[in-house]
Design a protein around this ligand. Structure first.
Ligand code: 5RP
Length: 262
């Protein structure tokens, strides 16, 4: 692997082989998502505990201090909205020159396997990988399910993750599911887990993240279950312990309860 690519991946994936990415990209199709109306304010207290931030260029420029040193994963797909005809009909939104100018450590793009726009989104991924590889910039592929949250099963996610890896993604972001080992074992590149909509309890998040890590995920790209929580710092610190320190869900719960009362 070229030095630049290896260096960018090393900034994202920590020396223990794990990572906690902080996505705040939701507005690119959802608009001002709850608790992300002012992304800079939401991010500020939790940023020290994140290994990287997943964000569009617009929010990067307007809400993130360029003097900071956190690696940036730039969301470079979009062009659709929650109220439009089809969320799967995304294109590439950001030129590679802009990605380089913004000093991004990686690029992120969604693929929509099994939809009417499967081919377009997979060819978008291939094109992005072609560009990224020229400059040593890794691509994180996002196995998107749009509004169809029930697609989150091992058969579908293993299929989508494997295709993303085959087309050259250096990291695959997917959802945790039952039998998650099927997803990880079928995917030859590192897998990170998204969180999805906010769960009823914190423990549910600690449990699925712990299960996913035990089954081979290298970490998380998990947003709403952190920054929509009433105690986001407690939540991110507890999840960091699961991802980086092998904490059990119960130990994570203890960290959450302690930190939230500080
Ligand atoms: C939204 C995304 C998010 O980065 C991803 O879904 C992770 O966030 P969350 O944990 O809130 O689901 O791709 O477009």
């Amino acid at each position: 692997m070229e030095w630049g690519m290896a260096n960018r991946l090393a900034r994202l994936i920590q020396s223990d082989g794990h990572c906690l990415f902080m996505p705040i990209d939701h507005g690119y199709f959802q608009g001002p998502t709850r608790k992300l109306e002012a992304p800079g304010e939401t991010l500020e207290p939790i940023l020290p505990y994140a290994d990287a931030v997943f964000v569009t260029r617009g929010v990067l420029r307007s809400a993130i201090n360029p003097a900071g040193t956190k690696p940036i994963i730039l969301r470079v797909s979009g062009g659709t909205s929650m109220v439009g005809a089809d969320l799967a009909n995304e294109g590439i939104t950001t030129d590679i020159d802009e990605v380089i100018r913004l000093n991004a450590s990686a690029m992120g793009l969604s693929i929509f396997v099994g939809t009417d726009y499967e081919k377009e989104s997979l060819l978008n991924l291939s094109k992005l990988v072609n560009e990224g590889e020229k400059y040593g910039i890794p691509v994180m592929a996002v196995t998107a399910v749009g509004k169809e949250l029930d697609k989150r099963d091992a058969r579908y996610l293993a299929l989508a993750s494997r295709i993303a890896a085959e087309l050259g993604a250096r990291i695959v972001k997917t959802y945790w599911c039952e039998n998650f080992e099927r997803v990880v074992n079928g995917c030859p590149v590192p897998v990170v887990m998204a969180g999805g909509p906010q769960t009823e309890t914190e423990l549910e998040v600690f449990q699925f993240v712990h299960d996913g890590i035990q089954k081979g995920a290298i970490g998380v790209n998990l947003g709403r279950n952190i920054w929509q929580n009433e105690h986001p710092v407690a939540m991110i610190r507890a999840l960091r312990a699961v991802v980086h320190d092998d904490a059990t869900p119960e130990q994570a719960q203890e960290i959450y309860d302690t930190v939230k009362n500080e």
